[in-house]
Design a protein around this ligand. Structure first.
Ligand code: HEC
Ligand code: HEC
Ligand code: HEC
Ligand code: HEC
Ligand code: HEC
Ligand code: HEC
Ligand code: HEC
Ligand code: HEC
Ligand code: HEC
Ligand code: HEC
Length: 327
């Protein structure tokens, strides 16, 4: 009886071990496997990385850009079953490894991410390699986003063979974005701006560069929701709302920078005049002199804080008598 039991256990154990070895070979569909996950993952990851030797016998740190620094990044974690090998990104590249009798010299790898010896693969091919593992989450709206539709590929922003990836660091991200976005670079140097140049804030505080369901690839669904993340006090509700504020903060502000403090699109009273045609034209509230006589600008309206001399609560008022945003 005990013998039979022992044999049964032994057989079961052997099955287990061979299953383990088998699954290590079948190193594709990784996440579905169950059982002793940690051991298995370790085996699988190192098996996968062993295949790198196919490439690293020719490519190593002596390249113009070091190749093996990849192992200092999240893409080189040996204990992680999802870790890619060279071929997960560059493709099987069999002709490149063996040399191709039909081409003079060595055929290109299947996917070339950077123009050099070989022609660059088109943006869709490059992006699809990355999306094979990184679809979903922040990249749910990649397709249809302005970057995707304008031929920007993942590796136009991300560097994967270097230990630091500039675009993901708050202090260095703008260096990457500004290579293409000159207008926002110019804005960031203006007198009034968000603290972007000093590295306290960055583009991805407001934008999801992978695409979004909001306008202009903003992180949130509207401009205002994006601003409320940090300027919660402007959210309201207030007793008296100023319509353009509730609609869109960008009616009056340029979030990237302006020479008119604070981040204003134009200088009051002109800013206000864009919507308020000849305010006080009736002259009922203030003396004729306040608004000007026959359209000629005078005193209180145009000096100091301009219209805000009196309408100090432009974002809306919570005072029972604040219908005109004076308190
Ligand atoms: C037998 C040697 C050899 C093997 C094996 C090999 N390569 Fe190459 N590879 C080369 C040579 C030679 C070049 C030409 C450019 C150069 O001098 O680096 C090249 C170029 C490349 C380039 C383009 C570099 C550029 O600047 O344009 C990539 C990417 C690349 N190989 C990836 C791979 C990958 C991935 C593997 C494994 C699947 C691999 N190689 C295996 C020899 C090899
Ligand atoms: C996560 C995807 C990924 C993996 C894994 C990967 N590469 Fe790359 N490789 C890239 C990208 C993207 C570039 C373009 C340069 C960059 O972003 O750093 C590149 C560039 C290269 C280049 C050209 C270098 C240059 O700057 O001219 C070679 C050669 C290369 N890879 C070989 C390899 C080898 C060998 C391996 C395995 C050890 C490997 N790659 C693994 C994505 C990958
Ligand atoms: C075979 C799957 C696979 C492929 C292909 C792949 N990645 Fe990854 N990538 C991973 C894994 C696994 C991680 C680690 C995720 C984690 O730790 O949460 C990762 C992490 C990252 C990170 C975050 C790194 C960090 O330090 O947090 C970036 C950025 C990234 N990948 C970009 C790319 C780009 C760009 C490409 C295409 C050139 C690419 N990946 C291709 C599997 C892959
Ligand atoms: C326009 C520049 C840009 C492009 C193009 C881009 N990224 Fe990113 N990516 C960023 C920035 C900035 C961050 C850091 C901020 C964040 O997490 O949103 C980031 C973060 C990431 C991360 C780590 C955080 C996470 O989402 O898990 C991964 C993975 C990633 N990107 C993958 C990709 C892939 C895959 C592509 C191509 C489909 C891509 N990126 C295209 C700028 C870019
Ligand atoms: C404080 C939030 C915020 C920050 C930080 C920010 N943006 Fe924006 N960005 C916006 C808003 C809001 C819009 C939409 C403006 C509008 O509707 O007039 C926008 C629009 C854009 C546009 C589209 C412009 C157009 O005319 O269509 C680009 C390009 C852009 N931003 C790039 C950047 C870059 C690059 C950075 C980093 C230097 C950055 N943004 C930082 C909020 C921000
Ligand atoms: C390789 C060039 C390149 C890089 C790098 C780049 N962009 Fe763009 N970006 C574009 C192009 C091209 C467009 C579409 C044309 C335009 O609106 O200027 C665009 C459009 C945008 C828009 C407008 C989206 C819309 O719906 O109108 C925003 C916002 C933006 N980029 C933010 C960023 C941020 C943030 C970064 C850095 C993390 C960045 N971009 C890096 C090329 C780039
Ligand atoms: C990630 C946080 C964050 C987001 C999101 C954000 N801001 Fe700001 N904002 C700041 C910080 C930080 C300051 C600087 C405060 C200071 O200097 O005391 C600031 C300052 C301002 C100022 C005053 C600038 C000055 O010169 O005094 C205005 C106006 C402003 N933000 C408007 C906006 C608008 C509009 C949006 C949405 C498009 C927005 N902010 C989104 C963090 C944010
Ligand atoms: C009708 C034009 C207008 C709209 C719309 C508007 N603002 Fe303002 N904002 C101003 C003016 C004018 C000032 C300067 C106020 C002053 O000098 O008293 C200002 C100042 C600010 C300041 C700095 C001073 C303070 O009050 O904290 C912040 C932050 C700010 N606005 C955020 C926002 C946000 C967030 C939104 C959207 C919810 C928004 N603004 C919508 C006109 C506007
Ligand atoms: C984008 C257009 C727009 C801009 C810019 C704008 N406003 Fe308004 N404002 C409106 C609208 C719309 C109303 C609501 C009018 C109504 O209810 O009849 C309003 C209402 C007001 C009211 C209350 C008047 C009333 O009849 O309820 C005052 C006061 C006011 N705005 C002052 C200002 C000042 C001061 C500025 C400049 C800092 C300014 N507005 C900029 C569109 C704007
Ligand atoms: C000297 C103080 C003062 C200044 C400066 C001032 N206002 Fe007024 N404004 C008032 C008062 C008081 C009322 C209330 C009128 C009433 O009770 O009927 C008012 C009412 C308004 C109204 C609603 C009634 C109407 O006439 O349409 C608007 C809009 C308005 N102001 C816009 C502005 C704009 C824009 C500026 C800057 C060009 C400005 N105000 C400058 C005191 C001022």
């Amino acid at each position: 009886m005990t013998k039979i039991r022992k044999m049964l256990i032994a057989v079961l154990l052997m099955c287990g071990v061979s299953l383990l070895a088998f699954s290590a070979l079948a190193q594709n569909n990784l996440p579905e496997l169950n059982g002793n996950l940690n051991t298995r993952k370790a085996i699988i990851a190192s098996e996968s990385l062993k295949r790198d030797a196919l490439c690293t016998k020719c490519h190593d740190e002596s390249e113009t850009t070091p190749i093996l620094s990849l192992y200092q990044t999240k893409h080189g974690v040996r204990g992680d079953a999802r870790t890619p090998n060279c071929q997960s990104c560059h493709g099987d590249s069999n002709k490149h490894i063996k040399g191709d009798p039909n081409t003079k010299g060595r055929a290109a790898p299947d996917i070339v991410f950077k123009k050099g010896e070989y022609a660059l693969s088109d943006d869709k091919e490059r992006t699809n390699q990355c999306l094979s593992c990184h679809k979903g989450e922040k990249r749910t709206n990649w397709d249809g986003g302005k970057h995707q539709t304008n031929g920007v590929a993942c590796n136009d922003c991300h560097k994967v063979h270097t230990p630091t990836d500039k675009v993901r660091e708050k202090k260095t991200q703008i260096e990457v974005c500004f290579t293409c976005h000159k207008e926002q670079r110019a804005d960031s140097h203006k007198i009034s701006s968000h603290p972007i140049q000093v590295g306290k804030m960055t583009c991805s505080d407001c934008h999801n560069p992978h695409g979004s369901s909001g306008p202009k690839m903003l992180k949130k669904n509207t401009v205002n929701e994006t601003c409320y993340q940090c300027h919660a006090e402007k959210r309201g509700p207030v007793l008296f709302e100023h319509q353009p504020v509730v609609e869109d903060c960008a009616n009056c502000h340029n979030p990237h920078g302006s020479n008119i403090t604070p981040l204003l699109k134009s200088r009051p009273p002109f800013l206000c005049d864009e919507c308020h045609d000849k305010p006080h034209a009736s002259g009922s509230a203030v003396s004729a002199g306040a608004a000007g006589i026959n359209g000629i600008a005078m005193n209180r309206n145009y000096g100091g804080r301009s219209c805000m001399n009196c309408h100090s609560q432009v974002h809306g008022s919570n005072s029972p008598g604040g219908g005109f945003f004076q308190r």
